[in-house]
Design a protein around this ligand. Structure first.
Ligand code: XMP
Length: 317
């Protein structure tokens, strides 16, 4: 069985032994995995850990700023990189989900590599890979079919000859959270829902524009805040909004509108491999729908996804 205190103590000792006086560079995502991994490495080697957090313009509303603030509190040495424009430019006109993933994954690696090369003499790459990432990347990325290219696995920049430090490689998500609690991390990290590396790019079906990102961020922020206010946030595994490439007729005052539809997704799950749609209360859904339609310009219809995985995946792309 998993004992957080023992795990923390042993992994810090193991990192110390492996890294010695060398330096480690690591990309942070704001998620619980990379934060717990970075905290363990930081406890082991202190200022020899250098972290990079890339703003790809596809995060939740205000997330970059909030997460940077959280990292500062943890004492991590983090460089924030504003790469929004580079991501939007390269994604311009791209609607195929796997192409989006490839572009985002490659660009992320390019930027990380550029930043890492500014540091000299770094021998190790820290990663927050957890056990399900390892299994899923093996099972879905077989030799002939790639269902999804999870860019946080196998994302080692190949021109950099660095050894991996992956303290969470054998842990499940709940164990990562328990380790994080042992490390006294804040709930903003520990209870944070999983969020895909490609971010809102795979929650905007079809081509991405900065305007669509802003629209979806606003809708998502309303949904997330109401989930938090009602305590539903902690009862679901993951939740988010999806912007559909569908416009439909509505009426506002005397005017007919022709605007976008947002789908709400919320699932319960143990590990993300299977998931059930969350049975959120009708009154809650009614309020989310009203608040989104009344406050987010360009959206006149909200639907709720009642599909379970399998066969429906959690994300829509
Ligand atoms: P699906 O949609 O496959 O998602 O049911 C399962 C879990 O994986 C996340 N996900 C991703 N994470 N890169 C990631 O880092 C991706 O390309 C990606 N696609 C899905 C999803 O949010 C859910 O937690």
């Amino acid at each position: 069985s998993f004992t957080p205190a023992a795990f923390v103590e042993e992994s810090i000792a193991a990192i110390k032994a492996k890294v010695g006086a060398e330096r480690v560079v690591m990309a942070l995502s704001g998620g619980v995995d990379s934060t717990v991994a970075a905290t363990l490495i930081h406890k082991a080697i202190g200022e020899n850990l250098y972290c990079i957090f890339v703003d790809n313009g596809l995060l939740r509303k205000n997330e970059f700023e909030q997460v940077m603030e959280g990292y500062k509190h943890l004492g991590l040495n983090v460089k924030g990189v504003d790469a929004k424009k580079r991501f939007y430019d390269e994604l311009d006109g791209v609607s195929d989900p796997e192409r989006k993933r490839k572009i985002i994954g490659r660009l992320f690696i390019d930027i990380f590599q550029e930043e890492a090369q500014l540091l000299t003499g770094v021998k190790f790459l820290g990663q927050g890979t957890i056990y399900p990432d390892v299994i899923e990347s093996v099972s879905v990325n077989g030799p002939s079919v790639t269902i999804k290219s999870h860019h946080n696995v196998g994302g080692l920049p190949d021109v950099m000859q660095m050894d991996l430090i992956e303290p969470l490689r054998f842990l499940f998500k709940d164990e990562v959270r328990r380790a994080g609690r042992e490390l006294q991390l804040d709930d903003i990290f520990l209870k944070r829902h999983p969020f895909p590396g490609p971010g809102l790019a795979i929650r905007i079906l079809g081509a991405i524009t900065p305007e669509k990102v802003a629209m979806l961020q606003d809708a998502d922020a309303i949904y997330t805040q109401l989930l938090r206010d009602t305590g539903e946030y902690d009862r679901v595994w993951q939740a988010g909004t999806i912007l559909l490439p569908v416009q439909s007729v509505g009426v506002m005052g005397d005017e007919r509108t022709y605007e976008f539809t947002v789908a709400l997704r919320a699932v319960t799950s143990v590990d993300g491999m299977t998931a059930d749609w969350a049975h959120l209360p009708y009154e809650f859904l009614a309020k989310v729908s009203n608040d989104i339609i009344n406050n987010v310009r360009g959206i006149n219809r909200v639907v709720y996804d009642i599909s379970s995985k399998p066969p429906a995946t959690i994300e829509w792309e």
